[in-house]
Each structure stands twice: as structure tokens, then as C-alpha cells.
Design a protein around this ligand. Structure first.
Ligand code: ADP
Length: 348
């Protein structure tokens, strides 16, 4: 499978919480392979329902000699959406062209992408909820009728020319499915949500990454990392690299035990639930300054000096899933479990 990346645009710099599941600047440069990504469906750990649904769709598409239907993958960052797009291309034996919505700002960006598409190619558009209107409108006929409508000339001499496109698959990824316009969402034949991973799958991911990085972990060390990575493979891999740094400095790369993992986690201020300093700051803000809430997202973001979108799509999903935070029509509220956790951390 060939991989083609294009990242003409880039998003504004922003403050990163310690365990942010957003790609690192290195990961975001369009380098699609960090050396750790599973290549085939069989190597992709967890997300059983997703694998089953997509596995059947891939087999059927191959059997019919057709392009796979368009796929929308949504869920918090770091759960494996980009990885799945690459896996799908590998399974289909086609080229994967990778880009993201901010890189498709000008009409010519999306036109360039579409006119270069080869039969059955897979186009991956990350952050697809950020596509602008013009780009979206060019995509509609391309997705539905394999047609690119181009306006040639200006004013009264302007005419629309249509170009036929070969069959192709668009894989869109988003952390905010609700922000996608419904005409765009409706044009995806497969819409799949990625879930946070369970402990067993995370242990398997940590153990696989340890093998690939050439470090030796005790079973306890593996479990400890898996329990602190917020259900997210990207964070599991990142934590393991930080643990490896500590092990390397101490000359213990081949004997990483639970104690060494604890040292690395406390160095990075990650607590036993996997919450980092940024998460605890959010919970403490609600507790100490708003009596537990409810508080609107904008107010909370301003108080923390964070971007509301980052709070909503990166920080909050895990806190909500863990029952530490609730969203109500009047704003965010702290739960009793969060208060107990903060008290426990203060006492520690
Ligand atoms: P997303 O696109 O959802 O932000 P990525 O696909 O970039 O997430 O995944 C982040 C990292 O986590 C990848 O580098 C990959 O190594 C790892 N990863 C993700 N999903 C899995 C999985 N199911 N099994 C093993 N590793 C995974």
C-alpha cells in the first residue's frame, strides 16, 4: 500500500496538557507511520464491532471489485482512526492519500486532491468537521455521483464543467461528529464510533509496543501503564516512551517493573486513574471556584486559559466516561466521585 500525505495547512499552536491525546507536532507533520501502527485488521487490537463491520465491508468490496463505501470514523483523539484508515487501505491493497480539513482551505486544494484520485484509492480527511463550505459542496457530488463540478470563468460568462471521477473511498475522521453538517454525514455509507479501550486490550497494546520498542516490562508494569492511559492507545504508547526514558537513565531497560513505572508516572504528574495535571486543574476549578457547578464551557475554558474546543473534545470525554464530570443543559458539573478523587490526591 502506498501512503501519500499532504498537510498544507496547520492549526494554531495551543497549550498541551501533559497527557494530551492530540498527535505530537512530530505526529502531526503528516508522517503517517510512527512505527507502532498495526498494519492489518488482525493486528488492530480491540474495537471488535468496528473491525467486524469494516472487515465485512472490505471483503464485500473486494469480492465485487468495487471501491469500499465512504466511511466516517468518530471518537476522541488517539483511539485509532488514522490507523484504521491505513489498515483499510492495506486490506484493500490500495493507495491511502492522507490530508486534513485545515489543509483544504482553498477550493484548489480539494480540486487537486480529487483530480489526482486513482481508481479505488482511499482518501483520508482528518478533522473533517472543519471542512469549509466550498470544500464540502465540491465533495457532495464527488462522493455521491463521482463527479467534480468546476466553475470556469467569472460573472456572466461563468459556466459549470463536470469531470467524471473514478470510484474512490473517502474516510473521514472527526472528534466532533455532531459538528458535521447533515448533508455531509448522510453521504457516508458506514458511520462508526470508536470507543475507549478496556484494560485487557490496553495491556495487549502496551505489550505489543514494548516488543516493538525493544523494552522488557513485567506483567505488573504493563498493567500499571494500561490502567493510567485513559483508555487511549496514543497515551499508552506515549507513557511507555516516558517510562523507557527513566529506565534508560537508570540503566534498567530490561527490568521495567511496577515501581519504575510509578516513578515515571509521578514525574509526569499522572495519578493512578490516569488523570494528568490539566484534568485535575479542571476538576479543582469546578470544585473550588464554582461549588461543583453547573458552569458553562466557555466560562470554564476562559478560567483555565484553554481553548473551549480542546476542553470539549480532548479533555472532557474521558472525565465524562469515568463519571467524574457530567454535562447538563446548564453546564458542567462535578460528581461526588470527582470530589473524592481530588481529596484522595490532596492527601497523597
Ligand atoms: P486517531 O487518528 O484516532 O487520533 P491514531 O490512529 O493516530 O489515532 O492512533 C494513535 C496511536 O495509537 C497510533 O500510533 C497507534 O500506534 C496506536 N493505536 C491506535 N489504535 C490501536 C490499536 N487498535 N491497536 C494498537 N495500536 C493502536
Amino acid at each position: 500500500m502506498a501512503i501519500v500525505s499532504s498537510n498544507a495547512g496547520s492549526s494554531a499552536p495551543r497549550r498541551e496538557p501533559v497527557l494530551d491525546a492530540q498527535p505530537s507536532p512530530e505526529e502531526a507533520t503528516g508522517r503517517p507511520d510512527d512505527g507502532l501502527r498495526p498494519k492489518r485488521l488482525d493486528d488492530y487490537i480491540g474495537q471488535d464491532e468496528l473491525k467486524q463491520v469494516l472487515g465485512i465491508a472490505v471483503q464485500a468490496a473486494i469480492g465485487r471489485g468495487e471501491a469500499l463505501d465512504h466511511v466516517l470514523l468518530y471518537g476522541p483523539p488517539g483511539l485509532g482512526k488514522t490507523t484504521m484508515a491505513l489498515v483499510l487501505a492495506e486490506e484493500l491493497g490500495v493507495t491511502c492519500r492522507i490530508t486534513s480539513a485545515p489543509a483544504l482551505e482553498r477550493p484548489r486544494d480539494i480540486v487537486g486532491l480529487l483530480v489526482n484520485v486513482q481508481p479505488r484509492d482511499l482518501l483520508f480527511i482528518d478533522e473533517i468537521h472543519r471542512l469549509n463550505r466550498v470544500a464540502e459542496e465540491l465533495l457532495y457530488p464527488a462522493m455521491e455521483d463521482r463527479r467534480l463540478d468546476l466553475t470556469v470563468g467569472k460573472g456572466s460568462t461563468a459556466r459549470t464543467r463536470s469531470l467524471d471521477l473514478p470510484p474512490f473511498t473517502l474516510v473521514g475522521a472527526t472528534t466532533k461528529a455532531g459538528s458535521l453538517s447533515s448533508p455531509l454525514r448522510d453521504r457516508f455509507g458506514l458511520i462508526q464510533r470508536l470507543e475507549f479501550y478496556g484494560l485487557e486490550d490496553l495491556e495487549a497494546i502496551v505489550s505489543r509496543t514494548a516488543d516493538l520498542l525493544g523494552v522488557s516490562l513485567s506483567a505488573g508494569a504493563c498493567r500499571r501503564i494500561a490502567g493510567c492511559c485513559r483508555g487511549t492507545p496514543r497515551i499508552a504508547n506515549r507513557l511507555l516512551r516516558r517510562v523507557r526514558d527513566v529506565a534508560c537513565v537508570q540503566g534498567r531497560q530490561n527490568q521495567i517493573d511496577e515501581g519504575l513505572v510509578s516513578q515515571a508516572l509521578s514525574l509526569h504528574r499522572v495519578d493512578h486513574r490516569g488523570l494528568d495535571a490539566g484534568d485535575r486543574r479542571l476538576l479543582a476549578q469546578l470544585d473550588q471556584h464554582h461549588d461543583g457547578g453547573p458552569v458553562g464551557l466557555e466560562t470554564l475554558a476562559a478560567a483555565l486559559g484553554e481553548d473551549p474546543t480542546t476542553l470539549e473534545s480532548v479533555v472532557e470525554p474521558f472525565l465524562l466516561q469515568q463519571g467524574l464530570l457530567v454535562r447538563t443543559p446548564r453546564g458542567r458539573m462535578l460528581t461526588e466521585a470527582a470530589r473524592a478523587h481530588l481529596r484522595e490526591q490532596e492527601a497523597a
